[in-house]
Design a protein around this ligand. Structure first.
Ligand code: G3P
Length: 218
């Protein structure tokens, strides 16, 4: 399973990259705003800075919601760097835009997926990734992981090449369960990735090893 970090924070992206487990980055307009990035040129420069840190795909979301405007904005984003994946919302014009970019060989990430039907539409339109938001489904008492399972079955039934990018990941169990189900990618915060490597018995065991070594060696 690929690990993407879901942030526009350069320090956190660098930290995840340095950990050696990072396969890409996802951003969205809220995450860009959180970093205080505004204005078309600043936004483009920030995406370029992210691309310069990571080795993998970097999702950059269009703000436009009308087909022609999405195409123009998406082409501008794709021109920033070959790592850019154009992130498109799951709306009717977005589906058309997915097909356009797919035909042009430009990678896409269809975002705001909350149902299997939406994922199927995005895959049919040639999306590179679909992003089901599992945390936000859990927030409204709906089983986000069940949606990942359902999309996995559908994509496998028909050998869709579209990758399932489990988004809105909130904690390490989301990551583990997504891996068990067979999500192709997960995107989440650095804290969720780092939580995977922690276990109290590891800390206790290491402290004992170091203590015994110190005793034996003075
Ligand atoms: O980037 C899309 C998605 O991962 C958002 O997550 O935590 O805002 O629900 P969250």
């Amino acid at each position: 399973m690929k690990f993407f970090i879901d942030t526009a924070n350069l320090a956190q992206i660098k930290e995840a990259q340095d950990l050696g487990v990072l396969d890409g980055v996802t951003t969205n307009p809220s995450l860009m705003a959180k970093e205080g990035i505004s204005g078309a040129e600043n936004v483009k420069a920030h995406y370029k800075a992210i691309c310069d840190i990571v080795d993998g795909d970097v999702s950059a979301e269009v703000i436009a919601t009308e087909y022609e405007a999405m195409i123009k904005e998406g082409e501008e984003l794709a021109a920033i760097d070959s790592k850019i994946v154009v992130k498109i919302p799951m709306i009717k014009d977005g589906v058309k835009a997915l097909r356009y970019f797919s035909n042009k060989g430009i990678k896409t990430n269809c975002t705001l997926i909350f149902s299997a039907g939406q994922a199927l539409m995005a895959a049919k339109a040639g999306a590179t990734y679909v992003s089901p938001f599992i945390g936000r489904l859990d927030d409204v008492s709906t089983d986000g992981l069940a949606l990942i399972e359902s999309i996995r079955v559908i994509f496998d039934n028909y050998d869709f090449g579209t990758e399932i990018l489990a988004a809105s990941v909130r904690h390490p169990m989301h990551i583990i369960e997504c891996a068990q189900i067979g999500a192709d990618v997960m995107t989440g915060p650095l804290s969720a990735m780092e939580a995977l490597l922690k276990h109290p018995l590891t800390d206790i065991g290491l402290a004992k090893f170091l203590e015994d070594h110190a005793k034996a060696n003075g």
